[in-house]
Design a protein around this ligand. Structure first.
Ligand code: ATP
Ligand code: MG
Length: 398
């Protein structure tokens, strides 16, 4: 950050770290990954210089025309952060801070509406002659004098708070945009998300990515039983997830023939279980090819017949890697709330069929034993079906 002459200022984005601040020895690695993720995410917004000082990260726009709002939003979706603020940065003494604050608040008040406010100050530079309460008093007083008809002080419930920080430079801001916390994507290994067009699986992917997991995805598509719109919907969901996860490789497995064989050659009340076991096997193979060490699904205990404990056990049996089900203990309402927050809900509820619901039995087995499941696959050439799935994959990079 460069110091400029009086009355000029720079707009910077102040980025506050989350849980990483607690990391001991590994902190440097986590911060390095976080800086890379922020850089990547900002690339589509404009040119920025990203620097770090005192457990904060700064993004400084290098072009005049940068869309700060868009940058703020992009940064706030990077996991590992608590919040983001656009700040004005300038040099000088208490008089400069007062002048800049008057100008800054004047812009907020441009609509002529009356507002209550307070000033909160922090002094990181102990050589600055005023302490924090004194800075707040000075600036609050200067603002009241400048805008006597528009401003009143309310320290408990103000319409806005002007934050003043005195450090190597002076900073003022009033917006704190909450971020999504978690850990930087890339620090938690790689996982393969079974992504359907429903509400749950995008949320499951978001949750694992929030723990630092890099996400790849697989979607089982059974055209013409599932339409091209259903596939487009899944692609859109994956694209929406990239706002949080960074790039995703989506594998679209052509599942039609496999599904028809399952329908023809397994007991009707076990179709869903058999189908899910074959999906898991194929997903695990793709996961291995991609270096993914876990599968991720949107299952929640007891939500539907195929999500009873017994049903989950039968699907786990066919894979060797861990299956992460971050929604397992969540109420559907809570999942919906997350889906709304991350912006996938509206796409998920678009009415296109899912291959899990194309050939469902009226009375599926809800408590299948492992023997049941193995027996139900007796007439199928499982290895052959898995091989067939692996040979019919369309790869989409998002
Ligand atoms: P979702 O809302 O994620 O579709 P759901 O409540 O509809 O979940 P199921 O249809 O039983 O539940 O699917 C359970 C999980 O299996 C999904 O969350 C997803 O991870 C995976 N899954 C289901 N269908 C597919 C598919 N066609 N392709 C990839 N994964 C799938
Ligand atoms: Mg579904």
């Amino acid at each position: 950050m460069t110091q400029k002459a009086d009355n000029s200022f720079e707009t910077l984005i102040l980025i506050r770290l989350g849980e990483i601040a607690l990391k001991g020895m590994n902190r440097g690695k986590f911060e390095g990954q976080l800086m890379r993720n922020i850089r990547n995410r900002l690339r589509s917004v404009g040119k920025f210089k990203i620097t770090q000082s005192q457990s904060r990260i700064w993004a400084e726009p290098l072009e005049e025309t940068v869309d700060i709002e868009a940058a703020m939003f992009a940064i706030s979706n990077v996991f590992g952060l608590v919040s983001v603020s656009p700040v004005r940065s300038f040099a000088g003494d208490i008089q400069n801070i007062a002048d800049q604050s008057i100008q800054y608040v004047g812009e907020l008040l441009a609509d002529g509406k009356k507002r209550s406010f307070k000033v909160e100050s922090r002094r990181g530079n102990k050589r600055f002659p005023l302490n924090s309460p004194q800075i707040s008093n000075e600036i609050g007083g200067a603002l009241l004098t400048a805008y006597p008809d528009l401003l009143t002080v309310d320290v408990h419930n103000p319409d806005f708070t002007l934050y003043v920080e005195v450090r190597d430079n002076n900073y003022i801001y009033h917006t704190i945009l909450k971020a999504h916390k978690g850990l930087p994507v890339g620090m938690g290994g790689r996982g393969m998300l079974l992504l359907s067009g429903g509400i749950d699986s995008p949320v499951a992917g978001y949750m694992m990515a929030s723990r630092g997991m890099q996400i790849d995805a697989v979607y089982f598509h059974a055209f013409p039983f599932t339409s091209n719109q259903a596939k487009e919907k899944v692609i859109e969901l994956a694209r929406l997830l990239t706002q949080y996860t960074g790039s995703i490789r989506l594998h679209v497995v052509n599942f039609t023939d496999i599904q028809l064989k399952i329908r023809d050659d397994s007991p009707i009340d076990m179709i869903t279980i058999v189908m899910r076991r074959i999906m898991m096997r194929i997903a695990e193979k793709i996961a291995q090819q991609r270096g993914c060490k876990a599968l991720i699904t949107g299952e929640s205990l007891g939500q539907v017949a195929s999500q009873t404990l017994e049903a989950l056990v039968t699907t786990d049996q066919v894979v060797g890697c861990p299956v992460f089900r971050p929604l397992i203990g969540l109420d559907k309402d809570d999942t919906v709330q997350i889906a709304r927050k991350i912006g996938t809900f509206e796409t998920s509820i678009l009415p296109y069929e899912d291959c899990c619901t194309v050939f469902v039995a009226k009375h599926p087995k809800t408590h299948p034993s492992l023997d049941h499941a193995v027996e139900a696959e007796g007439n199928l050439e499982i290895d052959e079906l898995v091989r067939q799935g692996l040979e019919n994959i369309e790869v989409i990079d998002l």
